[in-house]
Design a protein around this ligand. Structure first.
Ligand code: NAP
Length: 268
């Protein structure tokens, strides 16, 4: 067998982090060498996910873990506040970041790309690792060329920190590439209740629903003469993202610079 890819996981005890730890432990081509988390520090990574002990103990010291374990890749599923310094530290140590945490700004992505290139390593920030979600975005971009009147509604659990979701912003970016410039709606429209029309993006609106019981869904609605077209994607569980994260860990080994969006890893 060729050499295994060594992986560290930041946010290892989180809902996504646990799925990543499990996926890495189950893939013979990958080796878990570090797990980073704060409240779970001291716990064996295997027992976090109901597996036998691995000898990899969760630590809250990211830099020390990168220094001693020297992973090939750091997978980050933390929160928007932690993910930027985590990714910077990772690049400083020459470790390739695979980031699923959402909430990065275009300026931060540009900076991190520069840092990756200076180090001669690759990295990935992907607001969505699900193939169905990427297809939803592609189909929405196709439709926007012909039906430029559009609104996005995204639904997530009530504990999500960022709004709108990273996926909805990415969808809006793709739509903007194919949709002719258009300020939708009535120019005299008045918002009687602030925020009622959602967030404004390039002439159209994004609405964020946050409720307990919801996992992750998005609807892109196009309006035309006497018709609407709805493109909808529903995610039901976190394990659905893992084939994407697994592919990303393997493909990030052969790129240089920071790639934004998992779709760039799909076709080659
Ligand atoms: P979660 O359950 O709250 O997990 C986040 C974990 O990160 C917590 O266990 C937290 O634990 C840990 N953490 C926070 N700061 C840290 C730091 N500096 N170092 C190490 N660990 C740290 O959240 P989640 O549902 O797993 O989601 C995590 C992120 O993934 C969110 O941004 C979410 O939007 C995103 N997400 C992305 C995708 C995708 O496909 N890209 C899919 C689903 C979710 P401690 O506070 O104890 O450290």
């Amino acid at each position: 067998m060729s050499q295994r890819i060594s992986v560290a996981v930041a946010g290892a005890a989180g809902r996504m982090g646990r799925e990543v730890v499990k996926m890495v432990l189950e893939d013979p081509e990958l080796e878990l060498v570090a797990a980073i988390g704060r409240s779970s520090a001291g716990v064996d990574a295997g027992s976090l996910v109901g597996k036998p002990e691995t000898g990899v103990v969760v630590t809250d010291r990211l830099e020390d873990a990168l220094q001693s374990a020297k992973p090939d890749v750091l997978v980050d599923f933390t929160n928007p506040k932690s993910a930027v310094p985590n990714t910077e530290a990772c690049i400083r140590h020459g470790v390739r970041p695979v980031v699923g945490t959402t909430g990065f700004t275009p300026e931060q992505i540009e900076q991190l790309d520069k840092q990756c290139r200076e180090k001669g390593i690759g990295g990935l920030i992907a607001p969505n690792f699900s193939i169905g979600a990427i297809l939803m975005m592609k189909f929405a971009a196709m439709a926007a060329k012909y039906l430029p009147h559009v609104e996005i509604i995204e639904y997530h659990g009530d504990q999500k920190l960022d709004a709108p979701s990273g996926t909805s912003i990415k969808t809006a970016e793709w739509i903007s590439q194919t949709r002719r410039e258009l300020r939708q709606g009535n120019p005299n429209e008045e918002e009687v209740l602030e925020g009622a029309r959602g967030g404004y993006y390039n002439g159209f609106r994004i609405h964020s629903v946050r409720l307990p019981g919801i996992f992750a869904q998005q609807e892109v609605i196009f309006g035309g003469h006497g018709q609407t077209l709805k493109i909808r994607h529903d995610s039901y569980e976190r394990a659905g993202y893992m084939p994407g994260v697994n592919t990303a860990i393997k493909k990030v080994m052969s790129v240089t610079g920071l790639v934004y969006g998992f779709e760039h890893f799909l076709d080659d």
